[in-house]
Design a protein around this ligand. Structure first.
Ligand code: ATR
Length: 287
């Protein structure tokens, strides 16, 4: 890679950033196409977010990704927001054009694409049980509603957040207002009624790899079980589900496909999907 004055910078803003695979994935993609771009992790303390965003505007950045804990906070610095990201209320991808920032959200599309490919199925007409109500749950739940899920259960440890996410979906899409909030104590019946279960909590993430947000006894063979966690690549929840005979969808393809969408927004070119998959698989193995 030949870094020079024309090199376009693309950043990843978050805190902390220690385990992100996005730099490896995007730099492999830029290299594949010999693009004069570089993807840089930029760890930003909350009190410095405004200063960093203003600085990025004045430098040769063509965009950036946003991760935990800034996907909502970043919105107030955007000059424009794509309709889908506006509905979700969270931004994970930003394009900078002539000093103006436009925010997008590619997390939901990333999940949908990985679900369709790896579950070999569509969300249309399915009943979906989502555990979690944070940033990832928000993007995925909206994507489910927009793609005609028949019913969406939102189950979160903090019930108020389940309620607030359900209300936001039902308000912005009254035509598909089948979103039901619930607490952890009520999950048994809802899981029984569902076709797809998606973990959007951090329970089971490295290093707590022996934890699962769902009791194995609540899983059954006809349920498709998905996890947004990609480290470890097969969480305890997915291992339990596999033992029962469920179809499973790993978190890694969601990470790659949200990156694919972001790459295409920044470069206007079709992303080298295979290269992106190989780079993150290799990085995870070496972890
Ligand atoms: P992300 O952007 O990855 O979704 P987040 O917004 O911090 O991250 O959300 C984390 C989610 O994991 C939340 O739904 C959180 O539940 P609370 O809203 O009750 O905090 C959930 N979560 C984290 N640790 C959990 C635990 N030990 N048990 C159950 N849920 C947990």
């Amino acid at each position: 890679m030949n870094i020079n004055v024309d090199t376009k910078l693309i950043g990843l803003l978050g805190y902390p950033l220690a385990h992100s695979l996005s730099p490896v994935m995007h730099n492999a993609a830029f290299e594949e196409y010999e693009l004069n771009n570089i993807y840089l992790p930029i760890q930003v303390l909350p009190e410095n977010l405004k200063t960093v965003v203003n600085g990025i505007k004045k430098m040769n950045f063509s965009g950036f990704n946003v991760t935990i804990p800034y996907k909502i906070k970043i919105i107030k610095y955007m000059d424009e927001i794509d309709d889908y990201a506006k509905a979700i209320g969270a931004v994970n991808t930003v394009i900078i054009n002539n000093g103006l920032m436009k925010g997008y959200n590619t997390d939901g599309i990333g999940f949908l694409r990985s679900f369709e490919e790896f579950a070999g199925n569509k969300i249309d007409g399915k009943k979906v049980f989502i555990v979690g109500a944070g940033g990832a749950a928000r993007a995925i739940a909206f994507a489910m509603a927009m793609n005609n899920a028949k019913k969406i259960y939102i189950c979160n440890r903090t019930f108020e957040k389940s309620e607030s996410l359900s209300n936001d979906i039902n308000k912005s899409m009254p035509q598909c207002s089948h979103t039901v909030p619930m607490s952890f104590d009520e999950m048994r019946e809802a899981i029984n009624d569902s076709d797809v279960l998606i973990n959007c909590t951090s329970v089971g993430m490295h290093p707590n790899i022996e934890l699962s947000p769902i009791d194995k006894k609540l899983l059954f063979r006809d349920l498709t079980v998905c996890d947004a966690i990609y480290n470890p690549s097969k969480t305890k929840l997915l291992r339990d589900a596999e033992e029962i005979g469920c179809k499973i969808v790993l978190g890694l393809p969601m990470l790659v496909y949200q990156g694919v969408e972001a790459f295409e927004l920044w470069t206007g070119r079709k992303a080298p999907v295979d290269t992106m998959f190989q780079s993150v698989e290799k990085a995870l193995k070496n972890n």
